[in-house]
Design a protein around this ligand. Structure first.
Ligand SMILES: C[S@@+](CC[C@H](N)C(=O)[O-])C[C@H]1O[C@@H](n2cnc3c(N)ncnc32)[C@H](O)[C@@H]1O
Length: 218
């Protein structure tokens, strides 16, 4: 989301001076950090516990993947909350800023940034406990015009996410589908790939805008 409520464009809104502007915006930092805290809360939502029996979350250091980590506002909150973080972003202009900032974190060793496309995640199967994505997931289909191409992309990413997550792994995706139809495309890609879950809307009456998908491997 942008401060003037206009949806950002990928990649233009995150390159060169725009990336600098993004990183220097106090409003954006507050917004991303607040949303990330909400995502952590949703990760532990008791309604997700009820969806299967075999996953009592233990008190241990979880590995969490931050999809579309940008300049690292969300990753910083995750690291401060005790997660070991892997942040992935495909734009150098964004990711390198995250890398520089991480040097000042007290738990620097717990954060790793990878330059990669969400569509081609270079991660091992069964290696990640949880995933979050804040204001990035809708971009994975932004360049696809045909419905078939969108479906293929969403299905491929959902399949990969399923594979890299450990058993009973959870994911919270916060994103901005443009309408109900697009929301349905995203949710059905997860249902088809063996995820249980549900949607939380920040405003119940809205047809588009901010949505949280709370997901758990079946
Ligand atoms: C709103 S910004 C980042 C938000 C992030 N939560 C933060 O704290 O800064 C969205 C990011 O998604 C990234 N992105 C979009 N599509 C991507 C893709 N296919 N693979 C990896 N990153 C992607 C963009 O490069 C951009 O940095």
């Amino acid at each position: 989301m942008s401060e003037n409520n206009r949806l950002p464009k990928f990649p233009d809104s995150y390159i060169g001076d725009k990336a600098k502007e993004y990183n220097n915006s106090k409003w954006m930092e507050r917004n991303q950090k607040k949303t990330t805290l909400l995502c952590i809360q949703y990760l532990y939502d008791t309604k997700l516990d009820l969806l299967s029996t075999q996953d009592i979350l233990e008190d241990k250091e979880y590995i969490i993947l931050d999809l579309g980590c940008g300049t690292g506002f969300s990753s910083e909150v995750l690291a401060e909350s005790g997660f070991r973080v892997i942040g992935v972003d495909m734009l150098k202009d964004m990711l390198y800023k995250a890398k520089i900032k991480a040097k000042d974190y007290s738990n620097y060793n717990n954060v790793h940034y990878i330059l990669a496309d969400i569509n081609y995640l270079p991660l091992k199967e069964n290696s990640i406990d949880h995933i979050i994505s804040v204001s990035a997931y809708n971009f994975i289909v932004s360049e696809k015009r045909e419905l078939g191409d969108k479906l293929k992309t969403l299905n491929n990413v959902a399949t990969t996410i399923y594979k890299i997550l450990k058993q009973a792994g959870r994911a919270v995706i916060e994103f901005y589908p443009k309408d109900e139809k697009e929301l349905e495309l995203f949710t059905s890609s997860f249902k088809k790939n063996n995820f249980n879950g549900f949607i939380v809307k920040s405003n119940l009456k809205q047809k588009s805008g901010q949505q949280f998908l709370l997901l758990k491997k079946k």
